[in-house]
Design a protein around this ligand. Structure first.
Ligand code: FES
Length: 121
């Protein structure tokens, strides 16, 4: 069976400085569908859905995906903390569960893409 995917141009890596996160949506309105984090120059991306309550969004306010130390992704629902590089919950009610990762590509010009099945976000 052939699985096709879509490649979305999301932003320039210069729009996402190291140690920061940013949310994106594919529709005109509503909460972010997914978010990216720049950790030491490596871009990680996850769906904006907490494994504690699937469908629950993580940030209290738009773009606020990291804890105060900027070392972990935080869900403000019940303060779960997730490793940036793996999406694994290391503290909170969904301990050991994972955020849903996205496949990320960065081309030579610094444009960040996500690869996804259209219906998966
Ligand atoms: S909804 Fe995310 S920790 Fe509860």
């Amino acid at each position: 069976m052939h699985a096709s995917s879509t490649r979305y141009s999301v932003c320039s890596i210069s729009d996402l400085p190291e140690g920061q996160s940013k949310g994106f949506r594919l529709s005109a309105f509503g909460p972010d569908d997914f978010f990216l984090v720049n950790q030491a120059g490596v871009i990680h991306g996850y769906r904006n859905s907490c494994p504690h309550w699937p469908g629950a969004t993580l940030p209290l306010k738009k773009g606020d995906y990291l804890d105060e130390s900027a070392r972990y992704i935080v869900c403000h629902g019940h303060n779960a903390l997730f490793e940036i590089e793996t999406g694994r919950c290391i503290s909170g009610p969904c301990l050991g569960e994972r955020l849903t990762p996205l496949t990320i590509e960065v081309d030579q010009s610094g444009t960040v893409f996500i690869l996804t099945h259209t219906a998966s976000l």
